[in-house]
Design a protein around this ligand. Structure first.
Ligand code: MRU
Length: 357
């Protein structure tokens, strides 16, 4: 996607340095961070400089390529590589694409442990290929999903599942971009998405850049609009999908899906098939990341004079809970919009078998 007339993906690699758009400072500044080591890349994934399933996957792939290059400079390639990979693996526990990416690069590197130079080149090529795959997957999701969007319609989305979260195009936002480009008269209702406000900060920024009509709504207003019949369909992304069709996504998604079910509004989850986890039989097997309570208690933004600042509305000294994701049961999900087509939740197990996942 273009920012100020220049094409970007969320994450990329230049001469061994991982570069990423700093999503923590959007929408008020546009900054590129350059990360010279696999530890730096791991920290940027952990602290959400880059976030969203696909961009986490792409960053992890590049981080693993850095880990191979660092291991090649040491005495024992195999043990250094596996220690650095363990650091990357610990960054975001729910995001299936993180593990998918690390496993993909490890599968290339491990058999070449006795030939580090070749391993390093192969790891870089595999990470690059994975990143390009995310871009292509987003484009395919846009094509399949666009057909589900009416000529005139209001779409609700939660969190940010746009191009910042999937390298390019996005997952939930990809069909919306395609519908807008096809001339459909759509409007998006954007949940603010507490506590990190990915909806209000990132989705709103992306839609504004692309000229898609939208309005931000408070997180607790979606049920009201769904019940009133003001929303035609809901599309969100996912961070991990179990084979029974239960899906983990940003905290608050479950409530929106429950309200959509009650109101008879279709609820779609858009995600590349790399987000399916064949090791999870149901949502109960998906680990839910708990993050620091400061993310709930402190809010960053721009004050009316234009200064970026942090404030807390809470009494000092209180504690808060901060689960980053929740699980929406398969029975609330109309279909998954994937890069391989639109799939009913009941068909996921069969589909994963076919993919050899
Ligand atoms: O915690 P984050 O910002 O990495 O959360 C991931 C997400 O962006 C969402 O849950 C999203 O809807 C699916 S991933 C594009």
């Amino acid at each position: 996607m273009k920012v100020n007339g220049k094409n970007y993906t969320a994450v990329w690699m230049e001469k061994g340095v991982v570069c990423m758009i700093d999503q923590r400072v959007l929408p008020h500044s546009f900054k590129i961070l350059r990360l010279p080591s696999s530890e730096d890349t791991a920290e940027a994934i952990r602290n959400m400089t880059t976030r969203g399933a696909g961009s986490i996957g792409a960053a992890a792939g590049f981080g693993a390529a850095q880990a191979a290059a660092e291991a090649a400079k040491g005495k024992s390639f195999r043990s250094i590589f596996s220690k650095k990979m363990a650091v990357l693996r610990k960054t975001r526990p729910t995001a299936q694409d993180l593990f998918h990416a690390l496993d993909r690069i490890a599968d290339v590197v491990t058999p070449l442990s006795d030939r580090p130079e070749i391993a390093v080149n192969m790891a870089r090529a595999a990470a690059e290929a994975l990143s390009n795959e995310y871009v292509e997957n987003g484009r395919k999701i846009s094509e399949y999903g666009e057909k589900l969007i009416p000529k005139n319609g209001v779409i609700l989305t939660h969190c940010n599942a746009g191009w910042l979260g999937l390298q390019d195009w996005g997952s939930a936002l990809a069909p919306i971009y395609a519908a807008h480009r096809a001339g459909k008269k759509i409007k998006v209702l954007v949940d603010e998405t507490r506590p990190r406000l990915q909806g209000m900060k990132l989705t709103a920024w992306e839609l504004k850049q692309e000229g898609v009509p939208f309005e931000i709504i408070p997180d607790n207003a979606a049920g009201h609009y769904l019940k009133a019949g003001d929303i035609d369909l809901v599309i969100t992304g996912a961070d991990r999908i179990a084979i029974n069709g239960d899906a983990a996504n940003k905290i608050g998604t479950y409530e929106k899906a429950a309200c959509a079910k009650l109101a008879g509004v279709p609820f779609y989850i858009a995600a590349p098939v790399t987000t399916f986890d064949p090791a999870c039989k149901s949502g109960k097997d998906i680990p839910i990341e708990e993050r620091d309570h400061d993310e709930v208690l402190w809010i960053s933004g721009r004050d009316r004079k234009g200064k970026i600042t942090e404030i807390t509305p809470a009494p000092l000294g209180v504690t808060a809970k901060n689960p980053a994701f929740d699980v929406t049961p398969a029975s609330f999900i109309t279909s998954f919009i994937t890069n391989k087509g639109v799939i009913k939740p009941a068909k996921i197990a069969q589909f994963c078998k076919k993919l050899g996942n």
